[in-house]
Design a binder for this molecule. Structure first.
Ligand code: MLT
Length: 328
């Protein structure tokens, strides 16, 4: 026992990590740029949220927070990369609701979303919109439902892979309409949006952080928003519930994670930097332009985020099981 305490004192003097945070290490953190992995393609909604928050976090942390896009497999490729990274605070993951649904959707997930990460903090919950290429015939949400019922798999629906938010919304839409469309997977809804604007695919459900500009620019048609209330930045777009899809409600919550075992002092420092970013007037204004807002203060702790992810995994499991949609 005495040898161990001497060793611990020696390690502390060296600022080496003993699994729990050493003040020296945390005070020195960060001493070099930090990578924030976004598990979807550049230019999409999650990338937009990440770059806004990362820019503000760089200021308060005094080191660059650099976004790295690792798309594929509905976000599980990027998440898997972070699960295996060193728990030293230099590799972060910014992911969304897909982190929770992957636990039920993927039969062979190379990591456990609940236990292989430490939750750092929630960022924002983004509404989604159902949009279509400009040449798509239906004028209203009601007509979309009839059109999909009549044409089924002749209708092409773009998404960012199994487990992505656009996949989840599509699954909810197809089960509420009672008809299956043909889905076209992409590495993210950034590239999917290019094909929708180009008329290569018919429909997509995507986050307002990616659709607002295209809708306001008249590049796509908008049928409905997936939140209970209309979005302030697009007051003319009705809710899916107003259009008769009564239980249709989904918002894409986003949070930041680090590999399991990252020292608590470092997690606390990152959590504080996220909260500072969410109070940043530039971030607040840009979020508002894009139809979303920062998580309120009472939902910003790492502990709240941890419990929230566990609750979301439990909530989506029966929904996914009843839909019978799985990915290997
Ligand atoms: C993206 O950033 O591409 C999206 O979050 C993908 C999705 O989940 O639909």
């Amino acid at each position: 026992m005495r040898i161990l305490s001497a060793a611990l004192a020696f390690a502390a003097a060296l600022g080496l990590s003993t699994g729990t945070a050493t003040v020296a290490g945390a005070q020195a953190y960060p001493s070099r740029p930090i990578t924030m992995v976004v598990p979807f393609a550049a230019g999409g909604p999650t990338d937009t949220v990440a770059r806004l928050v990362a820019e503000s976090m760089s200021k308060s942390l005094g080191q660059q927070v650099i976004v790295e896009n690792v798309g594929g497999a509905g976000g599980t490729r990027g998440a898997g990369q972070v699960a295996k990274a060193a728990p030293d605070g230099y590799t972060l993951l910014l992911h969304h609701i897909g982190h929770a649904t992957a636990a039920s959707l993927y039969r062979k997930l190379p990591y456990n979303p609940a236990t292989d990460f430490d939750a750092v903090g929630l960022v924002t919950a983004v509404p989604m919109t159902l949009i279509a290429k400009n040449g798509f015939a239906p004028k209203t949400m009601g007509e979309v439902v009839e059109f999909v019922k009549a044409n089924k798999d002749k209708v092409t629906y773009g998404n960012a892979g199994v487990g992505s938010a656009s996949h989840l919304c599509g699954m909810l839409l197809m089960s509420s309409v009672g008809a299956q469309m043909t889905t076209v997977p992409y590495q993210g809804t950034g590239p999917a949006m290019n094909d929708l604007v180009g008329g290569q695919i018919d429909l997509m459900c995507d986050q307002t952080t990616n659709t607002t500009g295209q809708i306001k620019g008249g590049k796509v048609k908008a049928y409905g928003v997936t939140t209970k209330d209309r979005v302030k930045s697009m007051p003319d777009v009705p809710t899916m519930q107003e259009s008769g899809l009564k239980d249709f409600e989904v918002a894409v919550w986003h949070g930041v994670y680090v590999p399991k075992g990252t020292p608590k002092d470092i997690v606390d420092k990152l959590n504080a930097a996220i909260s500072t970013a969410l109070d940043d007037p530039k971030v607040i204004a840009r979020f508002a332009d894009l139809g979303t807002e920062p998580e309120p203060k009472d939902r910003r702790s790492a502990a709240f985020h941890k419990d929230f992810v566990i609750a979301e995994i439990a909530k989506w499991k029966p929904i996914i099981q009843s839909a019978g949609v799985y990915a290997d």
